[in-house]
Design a protein around this ligand. Structure first.
Ligand SMILES: C[S@@+](CC[C@H](N)C(=O)[O-])C[C@H]1O[C@@H](n2cnc3c(N)ncnc32)[C@H](O)[C@@H]1O
Length: 433
């Protein structure tokens, strides 16, 4: 039975990091690394990417699972306890439909040739008469809309275009819809016939069946964050945009971000790496009717152009006055470019949630300038850094604190968002006078 959240490795590296003299002197008195325990250790994963494995050499059929550590051997996980039950139901429906339709699993050319060498022929042993680079299904991504329990299914297909998925894909989708009509929110295909490890090709998405967007209530809108009184707004997603794997767990981080903004009396908020606006829009939504926050503006930006459609729909769902609506903006740009274009001008709080590789160098360059140097982030006195990459976070913090910015660490927390793994999502609040 799970869990078990073996976060020992991250705990020991985190205490080492915060206790090194160069960092310790930047901690405000009384500040210590704090681990925030998960609210649930089962059923929390509402998004899963699973690899494929062919069931029968000649008749096809596909199983779905994870690679065993340091191998390309797919281990099926049909009743995984960390998955939301709808993900397990989707895996079961997909397995049955692929057996019925005789769908094949993609054969990796590198693996297939290395096995051939070892065994003297016969492909990877699970592919019948398929050769390396052949087969249909490569991966599947399953995303659960929490309020309805419906699943957005993205099939990664070994084809260069939608046309070349036919007629098999249409048969499979029809079978999925016929056998589990209430399970699917939408079904997408991502055509990927490349030989590399990239799962999705960014410009090769097609919606095959169902609505384009799934929605989630704004984070914190049913909790103490806003006394449950927040606006009615919804967040919008499709498979082209980033979505948290444990959106329920992330809600606690978003709530804490809202509290920090309130405590610091922030008025002008710039959010870089904002995705579809999960934190910023939830913050604005939750602050209405409260009379406490009274934000002047919110500027969100992100490099993924697909976010804008989602952000715009979410903003519209909030029922804003036209004046409020003008005060919430979105820019499609890398973080460095966004700062260069003035997104941080006059901001008092900056929120960042970069990918695992951490902050862009040009952002660090601005953060290490003193306030008097009046750099592009000169007005900012609070930096809220949400991180999914411990190594990049520690590297970035060391750089920032070595600089002339005058930053001190006010708070550092590790949220156990992925129980059963060695991963924590961190929230670090830096302030300066
Ligand atoms: C960890 S996600 C966070 C998104 C958002 N905070 C959320 O919770 O949904 C990181 C985001 O950074 C974006 N991104 C990646 N590289 C970027 C860059 N150089 N500049 C700006 N955004 C970037 C990705 O598109 C993604 O939306």
């Amino acid at each position: 039975m799970l869990p078990l959240y073996p976060i020992k490795a991250i705990l020991s590296s985190s205490s080492l990091f915060w206790s090194t003299p160069s960092i310790a002197k930047h901690l405000k008195p009384g500040v210590e690394w704090e681990i925030v325990e998960p609210e649930r250790s089962e059923g929390w994963r509402t998004q899963a990417k699973l690899a494929t494995k062919q069931i029968n050499l000649w008749k096809g059929g596909v199983e779905f699972g994870l690679y065993k550590t340091r191998t390309h051997i797919v281990e099926p996980i049909p009743e995984c306890v960390v998955h939301h039950p709808a993900i397990n139901a989707a895996v079961s429906a997909l397995t049955s439909a692929t057996i019925k339709c005789r769908t094949t699993a993609y054969v990796d050319p590198v693996l297939s040739s290395s096995k051939k060498k070892k065994k003297g022929g016969g492909g990877n042993g699970m592919t019948g008469n398929l050769k390396g680079g052949e087969g249909m299904l490569r991966y599947v991504q399953l995303q659960v809309e929490r309020d309805t329990g419906k699943v957005t299914c993205s099939l990664v297909w070994n084809a260069d275009s939608y046309k070349h998925t036919q007629p098999h894909l249409s048969h499979l989708v029809k079978e999925l819809r016929r056998t589990s009509p209430d399970l699917w929110h939408s079904i997408w295909v991502n055509c990927n016939d490349s030989t590399g490890n990239v799962i999705f090709k960014s410009n090769k998405w097609d919606l095959v069946s169902g609505p384009e967007y799934s929605t989630e209530r704004m984070l914190g809108s049913s909790s103490s964050f806003d006394g449950g009184r927040g606006g009615e707004g919804r967040l919008y997603f499709n498979p082209k945009v980033f979505r948290q794997g444990n959106i329920g767990g992330f809600e606690r981080i978003a709530e804490r971000v809202g509290e920090v903004v309130r405590e610091r009396k922030g008025k002008r908020i710039c959010e870089l790496y904002a995705g579809v606006g999960v934190m910023g829009l939830s913050l604005w939504n939750g602050s209405r009717d409260q009379g406490g926050l009274n934000l002047e503006w919110l500027r969100c930006s992100d490099s993924n152009p697909s976010n804008f459609g989602c952000f715009d729909l979410a903003k519209k769902s909030m029922g804003l006055t036209s004046d409020d609506s003008r005060r919430i903006t979105y820019l499609t740009a890398t973080a460095g470019k966004a700062v260069e274009e003035g997104e941080c001008d006059d901001a008092d709080i900056v929120i960042v949630d970069p990918p695992r590789s951490g902050l862009e160098g040009s952002i660090i360059k601005e953060l290490v300038k003193s306030k008097r140097e009046a750099g592009l982030m000169g007005s900012v006195d609070t930096l809220i850094y949400v991180s999914c990459g411990w190594n990049a976070l520690t590297r970035d913090l060391e750089e920032i604190m070595k600089g002339r910015g005058g930053w001190k660490v006010e708070e550092c927390k590790g949220y156990v968002l992925f129980p059963g793994t060695n991963h924590v999502e961190s929230l670090v609040v830096l302030t300066r006078e």
